[in-house]
Design a protein around this ligand. Structure first.
Ligand code: FES
Length: 138
């Protein structure tokens, strides 16, 4: 099964596949084939979406820059399962084979990425470090 992450227009990240969500300390939070993660930064049920993006007027076209680059995982690392690790006050780190697919069909395929969950990145769905200036807490 291909692991996919699809940012929804003005909404959350829809994640599908062999997925495990972990807290910053490595504790497993959930293993599920499908989940919706907040990326506007305003959900009261973070890391999950609670619909707060609607009330807040969160706007994002949900396109995906295929130029995004992050260091490759170490050689020999198993990648069939997608591990999503929440970074304290920061992005969610994706580790494992994943296709990140935009609304317009643009797709980034890789095995490591950091995705914005504060709502402030200028390169959504990827993190660009804006969470620090934004004072994101989670
Ligand atoms: S989590 Fe939003 S810019 Fe890093």
């Amino acid at each position: 099964m291909t692991n996919t992450i699809q940012p929804q227009v003005n909404g959350p990240l829809m994640v599908e596949g062999n997925v495990e969500l972990l807290a910053a300390d490595g504790t497993s939070i959930r293993k599920e084939a499908k989940m919706w993660l907040c990326r506007c930064g305003l959900s009261s049920k973070k890391p999950f979406c609670d619909g707060a993006h609607n009330k807040a007027g969160f706007v994002d076209a949900a396109t995906v820059s295929v130029d995004y680059v992050i260091k490759k995982p170490e050689a020999g690392t198993p990648t069939a399962n997608l591990r999503l690790t929440l970074r304290k006050d920061g992005p969610v780190n994706c580790f494992g084979e994943v296709s990140i697919v935009g609304e317009d069909g643009s797709a980034w395929d890789g095995n490591q990425a950091n995705l914005c969950r504060c709502g402030h990145s200028k390169n959504k769905p990827f993190c660009d470090g804006s969470h620090i200036a934004a004072g994101f807490k989670s």
